[in-house]
Design a protein around this ligand. Structure first.
Ligand SMILES: O=P(O)(O)OP(=O)(O)OP(=O)(O)OC[C@H]1O[C@@H](n2cnc3c(O)ncnc32)[C@H](O)[C@@H]1O
Ligand SMILES: [Mg+2]
Length: 205
């Protein structure tokens, strides 16, 4: 199969999240570009995510890793916004239940806070902001969202993070029940990546 051209020979994924690495690796299969991960850059620095927005954190992660490696760097800052919780956990999604919280601990805290909220009131969205930091250039940003409802009982074994509690009314399934292809088609990360692709096409191809 003929792969789509890409402006660079290789880019590095500025993330330590295995679920994101898995999803990006698959999404980039259609492009003629080599993907470097933390396995290729063993001393990748930890970036303190002290921004108040997804944009600020994504930009910081991408620009720090570009500075460290010299390669174009793609970062994703993402999270879950629950309307009934005033948009929480938002940019704090990874550390909702504490600084080194596991996915299970975060999910437990989330469902605990929503126990007394009716299902119709549990609207939420996943948000992903991608930042691509380019050598000698600016950082491109692209945002994607995906709407759903938080369910108290976990369902599905796929995906990662909050996926087993994120129910998609159109599909009548949680995000964790979707195949990787289906998730990429509708997810916040998939939407953001396709927007970024559009920006790259406008500028470079
Ligand atoms: O910062 P990096 O190294 O990329 O990895 P991270 O896991 O810390 O990533 P974030 O800071 O962007 O935090 C994102 C949080 O939102 C959750 N999240 C993001 N995308 C998700 C998805 O597609 N499905 C389920 N949960 C997701 C994820 O589990 C994290 O708790
Ligand atoms: Mg993080």
């Amino acid at each position: 199969m003929c792969k789509q051209t890409f402006p660079w020979k290789r880019i590095v994924l500025a993330t330590k999240n295995k679920g994101k690495i898995r999803e990006f690796s698959r999404m980039f299969e259609e492009f003629d570009v080599e993907i470097l991960t933390i396995a290729d850059i063993p001393d990748m620095p930890d970036v303190v995510e002290d921004g108040k927005t997804f944009e600020a954190n994504a930009r910081k992660k991408a620009e720090t890793i570009l500075g460290f490696t010299g390669f174009p760097a793609l970062a994703d800052d993402s999270g879950l916004e629950v309307d009934a919780l005033g948009g929480q956990p938002g940019v704090y999604s990874a550390r909702f239940a504490g600084p080194n919280a596991t996915d299970d601990e975060n999910n437990e805290k989330l469902t605990g806070m929503l126990r007394d909220v009716a299902k119709e009131e549990r609207q939420a969205r996943f948000v992903s902001v991608l930042a691509l930091a380019i050598p000698d250039g600016q950082t491109l940003l692209a945002k994607g969202t995906c709407e759903g409802i938080i369910v108290l009982d976990a369902k599905g074994e796929r995906g990662f993070g909050y996926d087993p509690h994120f129910f998609l009314p159109d599909k009548q399934q949680t995000m964790a029940e979707l195949s990787p292809e289906e998730k990429n088609r509708i997810s916040h990360r998939g939407v953001a990546l396709r927007k970024l692709e559009g920006l790259l096409k406008e500028r470079f191809l």
